[in-house]
Design a protein around this ligand. Structure first.
Ligand code: F6R
Length: 247
Protein backbone atom coordinates (compact mmCIF):
# COMPACT_ATOMS: atom_id res chain seq x y z
CA UNK A 1 0.00 0.00 0.00
CA UNK A 2 0.87 3.64 -0.50
CA UNK A 3 0.30 6.25 2.23
CA UNK A 4 0.57 9.91 1.30
CA UNK A 5 1.06 12.51 4.04
CA UNK A 6 0.80 16.31 3.76
CA UNK A 7 4.49 16.70 4.56
CA UNK A 8 7.56 14.73 5.59
CA UNK A 9 7.39 15.86 9.21
CA UNK A 10 3.94 14.33 9.76
CA UNK A 11 4.96 11.20 7.86
CA UNK A 12 8.17 10.85 9.88
CA UNK A 13 6.39 11.21 13.22
CA UNK A 14 3.94 8.51 12.11
CA UNK A 15 6.77 6.13 11.15
CA UNK A 16 8.58 6.84 14.44
CA UNK A 17 5.38 6.06 16.35
CA UNK A 18 5.16 2.70 14.57
CA UNK A 19 8.73 1.89 15.51
CA UNK A 20 8.09 2.95 19.13
CA UNK A 21 4.97 0.77 19.25
CA UNK A 22 6.95 -2.23 17.99
CA UNK A 23 9.70 -1.65 20.58
CA UNK A 24 7.20 -1.30 23.45
CA UNK A 25 5.14 -4.32 22.39
CA UNK A 26 8.26 -6.47 22.21
CA UNK A 27 9.44 -5.10 25.56
CA UNK A 28 6.17 -6.10 27.24
CA UNK A 29 6.65 -9.64 25.98
CA UNK A 30 10.29 -9.70 27.13
CA UNK A 31 11.40 -9.89 23.50
CA UNK A 32 13.97 -8.13 21.34
CA UNK A 33 12.94 -5.76 18.54
CA UNK A 34 15.16 -6.29 15.50
CA UNK A 35 15.29 -3.15 13.33
CA UNK A 36 16.78 -2.65 9.88
CA UNK A 37 17.93 0.96 9.54
CA UNK A 38 18.81 3.29 6.68
CA UNK A 39 21.00 6.37 6.43
CA UNK A 40 20.73 9.38 4.10
CA UNK A 41 18.58 12.47 4.48
CA UNK A 42 15.25 10.65 4.24
CA UNK A 43 15.07 9.07 7.74
CA UNK A 44 16.62 11.97 9.67
CA UNK A 45 13.30 13.30 11.01
CA UNK A 46 12.28 9.76 12.04
CA UNK A 47 15.46 9.42 14.10
CA UNK A 48 14.94 12.89 15.56
CA UNK A 49 11.46 11.90 16.71
CA UNK A 50 12.76 8.61 18.17
CA UNK A 51 15.33 10.62 20.16
CA UNK A 52 12.53 12.87 21.40
CA UNK A 53 10.42 9.86 22.39
CA UNK A 54 13.43 8.53 24.33
CA UNK A 55 14.18 11.82 26.09
CA UNK A 56 10.64 13.00 26.74
CA UNK A 57 8.43 9.94 26.75
CA UNK A 58 10.59 7.25 28.29
CA UNK A 59 11.05 5.10 25.19
CA UNK A 60 13.92 2.71 25.95
CA UNK A 61 16.06 0.98 23.33
CA UNK A 62 17.54 -1.57 25.76
CA UNK A 63 15.67 -4.39 23.99
CA UNK A 64 16.54 -3.18 20.48
CA UNK A 65 19.04 -4.72 18.07
CA UNK A 66 19.80 -2.85 14.84
CA UNK A 67 21.24 -3.77 11.47
CA UNK A 68 22.09 -0.98 9.08
CA UNK A 69 21.54 -1.54 5.39
CA UNK A 70 24.91 -0.48 4.13
CA UNK A 71 28.30 1.21 4.41
CA UNK A 72 30.67 2.58 1.83
CA UNK A 73 33.75 0.50 1.02
CA UNK A 74 36.41 1.31 1.87
CA UNK A 75 35.38 3.56 4.74
CA UNK A 76 36.85 4.23 8.18
CA UNK A 77 34.17 4.27 10.87
CA UNK A 78 35.34 7.60 12.30
CA UNK A 79 35.34 9.37 8.90
CA UNK A 80 32.85 12.23 8.61
CA UNK A 81 31.02 10.52 5.72
CA UNK A 82 30.80 7.05 7.24
CA UNK A 83 27.40 5.60 8.01
CA UNK A 84 28.74 4.78 11.47
CA UNK A 85 29.25 8.51 12.09
CA UNK A 86 25.84 9.27 10.59
CA UNK A 87 24.05 6.79 12.85
CA UNK A 88 25.93 7.87 15.96
CA UNK A 89 25.19 11.54 15.37
CA UNK A 90 21.57 11.16 14.32
CA UNK A 91 20.46 8.38 16.65
CA UNK A 92 22.75 6.13 18.67
CA UNK A 93 24.57 8.84 20.68
CA UNK A 94 21.23 10.11 21.97
CA UNK A 95 19.46 6.90 23.05
CA UNK A 96 20.11 4.05 25.48
CA UNK A 97 20.83 1.29 22.94
CA UNK A 98 23.55 -1.18 23.99
CA UNK A 99 26.62 -0.69 21.78
CA UNK A 100 26.95 -4.45 21.17
CA UNK A 101 23.42 -4.47 19.70
CA UNK A 102 24.40 -2.12 16.85
CA UNK A 103 25.45 -3.68 13.53
CA UNK A 104 26.74 -1.73 10.54
CA UNK A 105 28.67 -3.29 7.64
CA UNK A 106 32.41 -2.88 8.21
CA UNK A 107 34.08 -0.63 5.65
CA UNK A 108 37.59 -1.48 6.91
CA UNK A 109 37.65 -5.19 6.01
CA UNK A 110 40.35 -6.70 3.83
CA UNK A 111 38.90 -7.78 0.46
CA UNK A 112 39.44 -11.42 1.38
CA UNK A 113 37.36 -11.11 4.54
CA UNK A 114 34.28 -9.49 3.01
CA UNK A 115 32.47 -12.63 1.89
CA UNK A 116 32.62 -14.26 5.33
CA UNK A 117 31.65 -10.99 7.04
CA UNK A 118 28.57 -10.79 4.80
CA UNK A 119 27.52 -14.37 5.54
CA UNK A 120 27.96 -13.65 9.23
CA UNK A 121 25.77 -10.51 8.93
CA UNK A 122 22.99 -12.65 7.43
CA UNK A 123 23.49 -15.35 10.07
CA UNK A 124 23.20 -12.85 12.93
CA UNK A 125 19.93 -11.50 11.56
CA UNK A 126 18.55 -15.02 11.17
CA UNK A 127 19.65 -16.09 14.66
CA UNK A 128 17.75 -13.17 16.18
CA UNK A 129 14.60 -14.35 14.42
CA UNK A 130 14.84 -12.01 11.42
CA UNK A 131 14.18 -8.30 10.96
CA UNK A 132 10.90 -7.15 12.49
CA UNK A 133 10.89 -3.89 10.56
CA UNK A 134 13.10 -2.56 7.78
CA UNK A 135 13.23 1.18 7.04
CA UNK A 136 14.21 2.17 3.50
CA UNK A 137 14.89 5.27 1.45
CA UNK A 138 15.16 5.11 -2.33
CA UNK A 139 17.94 6.36 -4.59
CA UNK A 140 17.28 8.02 -7.93
CA UNK A 141 18.62 4.87 -9.63
CA UNK A 142 15.81 2.93 -7.91
CA UNK A 143 18.24 1.40 -5.44
CA UNK A 144 17.16 0.19 -2.01
CA UNK A 145 20.09 -0.20 0.31
CA UNK A 146 22.86 -0.02 -2.28
CA UNK A 147 21.21 -2.61 -4.51
CA UNK A 148 21.76 -0.84 -7.79
CA UNK A 149 20.10 -1.69 -11.14
CA UNK A 150 20.99 -5.27 -12.06
CA UNK A 151 20.69 -6.59 -8.49
CA UNK A 152 19.07 -10.00 -8.18
CA UNK A 153 15.80 -10.31 -6.22
CA UNK A 154 17.30 -13.05 -4.03
CA UNK A 155 20.63 -11.25 -3.42
CA UNK A 156 22.17 -11.31 0.04
CA UNK A 157 24.60 -9.04 1.86
CA UNK A 158 27.59 -8.44 -0.41
CA UNK A 159 30.12 -6.03 -1.88
CA UNK A 160 28.63 -3.98 -4.74
CA UNK A 161 29.72 -1.29 -7.18
CA UNK A 162 27.90 2.02 -6.87
CA UNK A 163 26.06 3.47 -9.84
CA UNK A 164 27.50 6.66 -11.31
CA UNK A 165 24.28 8.58 -10.46
CA UNK A 166 24.50 7.40 -6.84
CA UNK A 167 28.09 8.66 -6.60
CA UNK A 168 27.06 11.97 -8.18
CA UNK A 169 24.23 12.34 -5.64
CA UNK A 170 26.75 11.68 -2.83
CA UNK A 171 29.39 14.03 -4.22
CA UNK A 172 28.42 16.99 -2.02
CA UNK A 173 29.14 15.00 1.17
CA UNK A 174 32.55 14.06 -0.18
CA UNK A 175 33.56 17.32 -1.85
CA UNK A 176 33.46 15.88 -5.36
CA UNK A 177 32.38 12.68 -7.07
CA UNK A 178 35.99 11.53 -7.43
CA UNK A 179 36.16 11.23 -3.62
CA UNK A 180 33.04 9.05 -3.31
CA UNK A 181 34.00 5.39 -2.84
CA UNK A 182 33.18 3.24 -5.87
CA UNK A 183 31.95 0.36 -3.75
CA UNK A 184 29.77 -0.43 -0.75
CA UNK A 185 28.72 -3.38 1.38
CA UNK A 186 24.94 -3.68 1.37
CA UNK A 187 22.22 -6.02 2.55
CA UNK A 188 20.67 -7.69 -0.48
CA UNK A 189 17.17 -7.44 -1.92
CA UNK A 190 16.62 -10.93 -0.50
CA UNK A 191 17.78 -9.80 2.96
CA UNK A 192 15.39 -6.85 2.90
CA UNK A 193 12.53 -9.00 1.61
CA UNK A 194 12.69 -11.32 4.60
CA UNK A 195 11.77 -8.47 6.99
CA UNK A 196 8.30 -8.90 8.48
CA UNK A 197 7.47 -5.28 7.70
CA UNK A 198 9.10 -2.90 5.21
CA UNK A 199 8.56 0.86 5.14
CA UNK A 200 9.99 2.75 2.16
CA UNK A 201 9.97 6.51 2.66
CA UNK A 202 10.43 9.24 0.07
CA UNK A 203 10.09 13.00 0.21
CA UNK A 204 10.35 15.86 -2.28
CA UNK A 205 9.73 16.37 -6.00
CA UNK A 206 13.19 15.04 -6.78
CA UNK A 207 11.97 11.53 -5.86
CA UNK A 208 8.62 11.72 -7.74
CA UNK A 209 9.83 10.12 -11.02
CA UNK A 210 11.56 7.17 -9.32
CA UNK A 211 8.60 6.67 -6.96
CA UNK A 212 6.31 6.46 -9.98
CA UNK A 213 8.54 3.74 -11.46
CA UNK A 214 8.92 1.91 -8.15
CA UNK A 215 5.19 1.82 -7.39
CA UNK A 216 3.62 1.64 -10.85
CA UNK A 217 6.39 0.46 -13.15
CA UNK A 218 7.08 -2.98 -14.53
CA UNK A 219 8.86 -5.23 -12.02
CA UNK A 220 12.45 -5.43 -13.20
CA UNK A 221 16.04 -5.47 -12.03
CA UNK A 222 16.46 -2.19 -13.93
CA UNK A 223 14.64 -0.53 -11.00
CA UNK A 224 15.39 -2.70 -7.96
CA UNK A 225 12.72 -1.03 -5.81
CA UNK A 226 10.03 -2.47 -8.14
CA UNK A 227 10.70 -5.86 -6.51
CA UNK A 228 8.93 -4.45 -3.44
CA UNK A 229 5.67 -4.67 -5.42
CA UNK A 230 5.96 -8.44 -4.90
CA UNK A 231 5.89 -8.18 -1.11
CA UNK A 232 2.73 -8.04 0.96
CA UNK A 233 4.53 -6.42 3.85
CA UNK A 234 5.61 -3.19 2.19
CA UNK A 235 4.27 0.28 2.76
CA UNK A 236 5.38 3.24 0.68
CA UNK A 237 5.24 6.29 2.97
CA UNK A 238 5.36 9.46 0.87
CA UNK A 239 4.88 13.17 1.14
CA UNK A 240 2.66 14.87 -1.43
CA UNK A 241 5.60 15.95 -3.55
CA UNK A 242 7.12 12.46 -3.85
CA UNK A 243 3.66 11.09 -4.69
CA UNK A 244 2.88 13.78 -7.24
CA UNK A 245 3.60 11.67 -10.37
CA UNK A 246 1.45 8.71 -9.23
CA UNK A 247 -1.72 8.12 -11.21
C1 F6R B 1 21.05 4.48 2.84
C2 F6R B 1 20.58 3.70 1.68
C3 F6R B 1 20.16 4.37 0.42
C4 F6R B 1 19.37 5.66 0.64
C5 F6R B 1 19.01 6.30 -0.70
C6 F6R B 1 18.28 7.62 -0.51
O1 F6R B 1 21.39 3.62 3.91
O2 F6R B 1 20.57 2.51 1.75
O3 F6R B 1 19.38 3.46 -0.33
O4 F6R B 1 18.21 5.36 1.37
O5 F6R B 1 20.17 6.52 -1.43
O6 F6R B 1 19.13 8.56 0.07
P1 F6R B 1 18.58 9.95 0.62
O7 F6R B 1 17.67 9.60 1.76
O8 F6R B 1 19.80 10.68 1.10
O9 F6R B 1 17.86 10.60 -0.50
Amino acid sequence: PVSVYPNQQIASVTVAARIAHLIRTKHQKGETAVLGLATGVTPIAVYKELVRLHKEEGLSFKNVVTFNLDEYYPMKPDAMQSYVTFMNENLFNHIDIEKQNIHIPDGTLAMDDIASFCLDYERKITELGGLDLQILGIGRTGHIGFNEPGSAPNSGTRLVTLDDLTRRDASRDFGGKENVPTKAITMGIGTIFKAREIILMAWNKKKAPIIKKAVEGEISGDVPATYLQLSEHVEFVLDQDAASDLT
